[in-house]
Design a binder for this molecule. Structure first.
Ligand SMILES: [Zn+2]
Ligand SMILES: [Zn+2]
Length: 265
């Protein structure tokens, strides 16, 4: 039986052309959500601070002004057809924590998703994007070493969950998702247990991110980690992480079987 805590008519994580690597206007995502029979859609746009990278994959403060203005208009226009949330996917940067906290405080968010995408390493001129399929990142990550970077990824997420005012932890085990033959060791699982305990203590939810189905045949996080979240009675929220309008609510029909497998392995 599907736990009541996972609402399948709500997509809690979509991007738009505001973040410069997704396509489609906010309204196109709203219309896609209505067409798919969703009741609730949350825009979870990228905020990053202090990242050195060869692309910009996040919003500036003035982009966020436009995002809220457009989102408020859409909320009014579609109020009887869709509940629209305006949120942020807050990418952690330990060195710029105070700046991130100040930026978050300035606005009223419906959801604050925590993620960690960009890692600094002194051997490279740019931050390494830990969730990128670009060859430059894959090669750099291999050079540093997957095992070590995965530990760093989970340690940093634990710190982010502790120190940021998040409401949802995004795509928990998506770090290094494009590295070939990625392997989670027992030590990594133990770190995930600490991370989940921290999420629970903060009263946050765990996102079931369905973009994983296309990448590796199951969402982020994997069944074993979803089971650990369910054991801790952590609420689960579904998110497509759509980067184009047609991907809103993508693969949500596969979630009931997936969650059942997590509860009754
Ligand atoms: Zn993300
Ligand atoms: Zn995202």
């Amino acid at each position: 039986m599907l736990p009541a805590l996972l609402e399948l008519r709500s997509d809690g994580h979509v991007h738009t052309s505001f973040c410069r690597h997704a396509i489609g206007t906010m309204e196109e995502y709203v219309l896609a959500a209505i067409n798919k029979g969703l009741r609730h859609l949350v825009f979870l746009e990228h905020m990053e601070s202090g990242i050195e990278y060869f692309d910009t994959t996040w919003l500036s403060e003035s982009d966020f002004d436009d995002f809220f203005e457009e989102g408020d208009q859409l909320r009014k226009r579609y109020q009887d057809r869709l509940e629209i949330g305006l949120g942020v996917e807050l990418g952690y940067n330990p060195v710029h924590r105070d700046e991130l906290l100040a930026r978050i405080k300035k606005r009223s968010w419906d959801r604050i998703g925590i993620s960690y995408h960009y890692c600094w390493h002194p051997d490279f001129p740019y931050h390494l994007n830990l969730v990128s399929r670009k060859k430059w990142n894959i090669d750099a990550i291999n050079q540093v070493g997957c095992d070590q970077l995965l530990h760093h990824y989970f340690d940093t997420l634990i710190e982010a969950v502790r120190l940021l005012p998040g409401t949802v932890l995004c795509h928990l085990d998506a770090g290094l998702r494009y590295q070939p033959e990625l392997h989670f060791s027992k030590a990594h699982s133990e770190k995930i247990a600490v991370l989940l305990d921290t999420v629970k203590a903060k009263g946050m939810a765990i996102e079931i991110n369905t973009s994983g189905f296309a990448i590796r045949g199951e969402p982020f996080p994997a069944t074993q980690f979803v089971k650990m979240a369910i054991d801790r009675k952590i609420p689960l929220v579904a998110g497509s992480d759509a980067h184009k309008p047609e991907d809103v609510g993508n693969h949500f029909d596969r979630l009931p079987d997936f969650i059942n497998a997590g509860i009754h392995p």
